[in-house]
Design a protein around this ligand. Structure first.
Ligand SMILES: *[C@@H]1O[C@H](CO)[C@@H](O)[C@H](O)[C@H]1NC(C)=O
Ligand SMILES: *[C@@H]1O[C@H](CO)[C@@H](O)[C@H](O)[C@H]1NC(C)=O
Length: 336
């Protein structure tokens, strides 16, 4: 009850002074932090760690409130499971895309095949409505976003072609894809290649996720659950081509994340981007918001408590070359 009152006071305070940049009082931060710790079952090993995390939490809370209070933004920020990490810590530990220098078009199993742009396309499209998308997963503090999006893209095409939605194993890729570096980063295109060479990918249940890469490849006799026979790159920097690919199946893309991704809570993201491609996600649809903004619908691997239940809308057809946060620069999909 005490926590609840403290939290309500913070909310009232925020509403009473909607446009003022401000510093939270120490007691309101303590209350909000304790409330947050209970919600996410967060504990600290000692009091100095607690003080350090509370200070970071406070800075994040102030940043989020000040951002939201400016108003008229197409997206909102909010507290989530990661609110006691600095944005630097969060981005460094929860992304992990590294474009491979082993990748050249000659090594790709195929170069991009352009889609026909003359056909009519729907205004909104969402693969979740067709039962093609598994639940949002969480890579946790392991830089293997590349494995999560590769798996999501394979899960999608397997369901579309074979009719079964099967949750597949990221840990197989973390442990067995020698071309990538496990939690140290990798590229989903190499992951597709690894799946083909492994003669398939096994079920999540048979090779569960551990969020670390201390173990060696344990494929052994685990039966494969799905196989792909190739992959295609989407022509780079072309959101019309990307849209056609997304209408065909969920597509893996790299993206340049910046600190506002850390606190993203909903809406069409048109905020700042990072300096380079550092994360990978899966485009599972697209649409137009009520305010008329076109967006890509992406499935992330940061759990369901981040963003819009684990999903994000990213501005589509932005004026930036390569799209908002370079979303159309490096995109690929597997084939069956
Ligand atoms: C407190 O916990 C942190 C994180 O677990 C650790 O790095 C630090 O050494 C601990 N400090 C003390 C004084 O035990
Ligand atoms: C809010 O943003 C929309 C589109 O981004 C713009 O058309 C509108 O004029 C803005 N309103 C205000 C009050 O700034």
């Amino acid at each position: 009850m005490k926590h609840l009152i403290g939290f309500c006071i913070i909310l009232l305070w925020a509403c009473a002074y909607p446009t003022m940049s401000r510093t939270l009082t120490e007691s309101s931060v303590v209350e909000a932090h304790q409330q947050w710790m209970m919600k996410y079952e967060r504990t600290y090993t000692n009091s100095s760690e607690m003080e350090k995390r509370k200070k970071i939490f406070k800075e994040n809370l102030e940043y989020i409130e000040n951002f939201n209070n400016v108003g008229n933004k197409s997206y909102k920020l909010g507290l989530n499971r990661y609110s006691d990490l600095t944005s630097e810590e969060f981005i460094a530990s929860h992304t992990g895309f590294k474009v491979s220098d082993q990748l050249s078009d000659s090594k790709m199993r195929s170069v991009a095949i352009p889609f026909n742009l003359n056909d009519d396309v729907p205004t909104n499209f969402d693969w979740r409505e067709k039962g093609v998308v598994t639940d949002v997963k969480n890579q946790r503090q392991c830089g293997c976003c590349w494995a999560f999006t590769a798996v999501a893209a394979v899960e999608g095409i397997v369901k579309i072609k074979n009719g079964n939605l099967i949750s597949l194993s990221e840990q197989q890729l973390v442990d067995c894809d020698r071309q990538s570096s496990g939690c140290g980063g990798g590229d989903f295109v190499l992951a597709f290649d690894s799946i083909i060479k492994s003669r398939g990918i096994v079920k999540e249940d048979d090779y569960p996720y551990k969020a670390n890469d201390v173990q060696t490849c344990q494929l052994g006799q685990i039966p494969g659950a799905a196989q792909i026979n190739g992959y295609f790159k989407v022509p780079a920097n072309d959101e019309q081509q990307l849209l056609r690919a997304v209408l065909q199946q969920p597509v893996s893309v790299a993206i340049s994340t910046s600190y506002d991704f850390h606190h993203y809570m909903g809406g069409v993201y048109e905020g700042s981007c990072g300096p380079k491609l550092n994360h990978a996600v899966t485009i599972i649809g697209y649409g137009v918001s009520e305010a008329g903004k076109k967006y890509w619908l992406i499935k992330n691997s940061w759990g369901e408590t981040w963003g819009e239940k684990g999903y994000m809308k990213v501005l589509r057809e932005s004026s930036a070359t390569g799209g908002q946060c370079s979303i159309a620069v490096h995109a690929a999909y597997p084939t069956i």
